[in-house]
Design a protein around this ligand. Structure first.
Ligand code: IMP
Ligand code: MG
Length: 185
């Protein structure tokens, strides 16, 4: 999609809803409870990987009752349309010294696994008290490197998906659900 899409173009690209807002809300409520219990009042740094995780992180942090700080990193994985080019760049880093925190990375989706493999390796070198990865979505059929999230809220088949923070060419992040993208329309 190289031009600003019309409302009609938008609707045609949404093939079908895979995960509803209610299903997302319930899964996040449970994940928030588990995180709050696990760290038992110790300092948590919830790290969102921009841009895709911004919606997930904002809901997840409000489901966590334990004290936590928020941090952001921007990791860009380059796409040609809906195909990953395999290049990952960290374009914005955390401000916090993570050696004082239990770090919880919140990611939108684990696809090839490259982004999180790189981000986790980088953050581990900084000696956090602990580190875990919570991903909203997991597409295990697409994995190209050895990586597994500690917590995955939904496992989905090999479809390109949009909504709830996930984009196609920067659009559709504002959909309140996860939908399959219509590559043919
Ligand atoms: P990776 O291939 O696991 O490194 O995933 C990198 C990033 O690509 C994810 O964090 C998403 O932002 C994006 N991505 C992967 N699969 C999809 C998809 O189906 N829809 C939208 N973005 C995706
Ligand atoms: Mg992402």
């Amino acid at each position: 999609m190289n031009r600003i899409p019309s409302m009609e173009d938008f609707e045609k690209k949404i093939k079908r809803i895979l995960i509803t807002p209610e299903e997302i809300r319930e899964a996040i409520r449970k994940a928030g409870e588990d995180i709050s219990r696990l760290y038992d009042g110790n300092p948590i740094l919830l790290v969102g990987i921009l841009k895709g995780s911004f919606v997930f992180l904002s809901d997840l942090c409000r489901a966590v009752t334990a004290p936590c700080e928020i941090g952001f990193m921007c990791a860009k994985s380059y796409y040609n349309g809906t195909v990953s080019s395999g290049e990952v760049k960290i374009t914005m880093d955390l401000e916090q010294d993570i050696s004082r925190y239990h770090v919880v990375i919140a990611e939108d989706i684990v696809d090839t696994g490259r982004t999180l493999k790189d981000v986790v390796a980088l953050l581990k070198k900084r000696n956090p008290l602990s580190l875990q990865v919570v991903t909203l979505l997991d597409k295990p059929d697409r994995r190209l490197v050895d990586f597994k999230a500690d917590v995955s809220l939904f496992t989905i088949p090999d479809h390109f998906v949009i909504g709830y923070g996930l984009d196609c060419a920067e659009y559709f992040r504002n959909l309140p659900y996860i939908a399959e993208y219509n590559t043919e329309a």
